[in-house]
Design a protein around this ligand. Structure first.
Ligand code: GDG
Length: 472
């Protein structure tokens, strides 16, 4: 919901500062030209908002419009400190180095990473601007928590400017095996950048281990357990903090009468199928969307699934649409879905309902509630919150989750039907197994997964990280 707000200049400093590529709000321009800010959806924002409020913190980030400078302002009680980016920096730092180099490199090179020196130069310049802005708003001895792969140089830059600060860093995407990371021409600089933090958080223990191996191999610095003793005597730690969701909020949204009604409506609109498969992802080549559509198409073509009885709904939220690789992916999926529906669909009954759009959260929750089988098949994923959100919404204890082994979430949701998404036959077996499993088996699996998600929710994640960061 958009809130009415007066932009107020805010020059205070804060004892807790979050630094992230984007601010947690999106600008809304009304018909009369007036401007408002709306909380942007997504895991990072819901995760950090309660921590921000508890500490009366400030959030440093880009506001989303190139070539525009904004003064700090307060929105809904959050102190927001915009960082400006030029149109060229958006291309070179964000679309280029962050999403054309680091994103594919860190996701097991499932797309080809490009290495361009001018992209790197922009990355350094923008990281420096973020560090300077954070240094300006942090109180003496404040705690600063830097987020994600776009800002890996900020910890070191910030420490040079402000040695008094306690600095944490969390990487939301996987940290790659050393053999892949070593491709990066600026590999030493990035490892040194992260070592500016006191605590470096990863989704999985494997990511922390990959990082520590590089610290030893590339920088020749010794490590002991999770600790790195730096030449100046400071100790940095690298540990796993698997991120999660506000499970109770998803559960209560699913319990709202309008959402329950909407879930029933969705099934009716789909022709009351016996089995509804569902995929929900940002349209990204790491998510394995093609693989799951292909698997479903083959099952229907072979007669293992009856198109009169089953439907597949795939929501693909538009993402990074100016990056070339994403344009190609969109065309490929359009083609694949068109071909399958042409071959297998009937008038008014497509085999796959493909929605290239984004929805409000209550519609997402209605979809999670309506589905029988959630299919989450990334080729590599730091965590995957969608899998956890589906589980949190299933108050009925029903529904099956088909989950890639290569999503961080697979380490926690062990009762899912786990699959290797590269193995299309294995994927097909898991989908049919889930479709024919007994209700008792599905309930037993769902009960265990719900216990895990509710006991390890977003508060658990944020509190653990903050405690380890501030009590060391
Ligand atoms: C990165 C890492 C890690 C999606 N479409 C809509 C919508 N969403 C929401 C989902 C979920 C979030 O976006 C997507 O989170 P994921 O974790 O699934 O994936 P990434 O965006 O790649 O996230 C990932 C995460 O960071 C957190 O650390 O788990 O591994 O890649 O919350 O519900 N929300 C709404 N409308 C949509 O159309 N409202």
């Amino acid at each position: 919901m958009a809130r009415n707000r007066k932009e107020t200049e805010q020059t205070d400093t804060a004892s807790f500062v979050v630094v992230a590529n984007r601010l947690p709000v999106d600008r809304v321009v009304h018909d009369d030209g007036s401007v408002d800010w709306r909380t942007s959806p997504g895991g990072l924002v819901t995760a950090l908002e309660p921590v921000m409020r508890a500490h009366d913190g400030a959030w440093v980030g880009w506001h989303g419009a190139p070539d525009e400078t904004l003064e700090p302002f307060t929105d809904g009680g959050l102190h927001l400190v915009p960082v400006e980016l030029s149109a060229t920096e958006v291309q070179e730092y964000y679309e280029g180095f962050s999403n054309g180099t680091l994103w594919p490199l860190y996701h097991d090179v499932v797309a080809f990473p490009e290495y361009h020196r001018e992209w790197w130069d922009a990355y350094v310049a923008v990281n420096r601007r973020f560090a300077e802005r954070a240094a300006a708003v942090a109180d003496q001895d404040a705690t600063v928590w830097v987020q994600d792969y776009q800002l890996q140089l900020v910890p070191q830059m910030l420490r040079e400017l402000r040695p008094d600060l306690r600095i944490g860093f969390f990487l939301h995407i996987p940290f790659p095996p050393t053999e892949l990371f070593l491709q990066l021409p600026w590999r030493r600089q990035l490892v040194a950048g992260l070592l500016g933090a006191d605590l470096i958080g990863f989704q999985l223990p494997g990511g922390a281990q990959n990082f520590l191996r590089l610290v030893r191999g590339l920088l020749r610095i010794e490590t002991k357990g999770d600790a790195v003793r730096l030449p100046d005597g400071r100790v940095a730690r690298a540990q796993a903090y698997p991120i999660s969701i506000d499970a109770r909020a998803f559960e209560s949204l699913a319990a709202e009468p309008e959402v329950e009604t909407r879930a029933k409506q969705i099934r009716e609109d789909l022709g009351n199928p016996r089995t509804m498969f569902l995929g929900v992802d940002r349209l990204d080549y790491t998510k394995g969307i093609k693989q799951r559509i292909r698997a479903f198409g083959e099952l229907v073509a072979e007669g293992a699934l009856d198109p009169e009885e089953v439907v597949f709904v795939q929501v693909a939220t538009p993402s990074r649409e100016r990056v070339e690789e994403y344009k190609l992916l969109r065309d490929e999926i359009d083609r694949l879905v068109g071909q399958l529906n042409g071959d297998l669909g009937r008038i008014g009954v497509p085999a796959i309902t493909y929605l290239h759009t984004s929805y409000p959260r209550d519609e997402m929750v209605a979809l999670y509630s309506a589905a029988d089988i959630m299919v989450v098949t990334p080729l590599r994923d730091g965590m995957n919150l969608v899998a956890k959100e589906f589980v949190a919404c299933r108050r009925d204890g029903e529904g099956a989750l088909v989950l890639s082994e290569f999503a961080g979430a697979a380490k926690e949701l062990k009762q899912a039907f786990l699959v290797n998404p590269y193995d299309i036959n294995g994927l097909k077996s898991a989908m049919t197994e889930a479709a024919s499993a007994s209700p008792a088996d599905l309930r037993r699996r769902m009960k265990a997964m719900r216990k895990q998600v509710f006991e390890h929710d977003i508060d658990h994640w944020a509190n653990r990280f903050m405690k380890d960061l501030t009590e060391e």
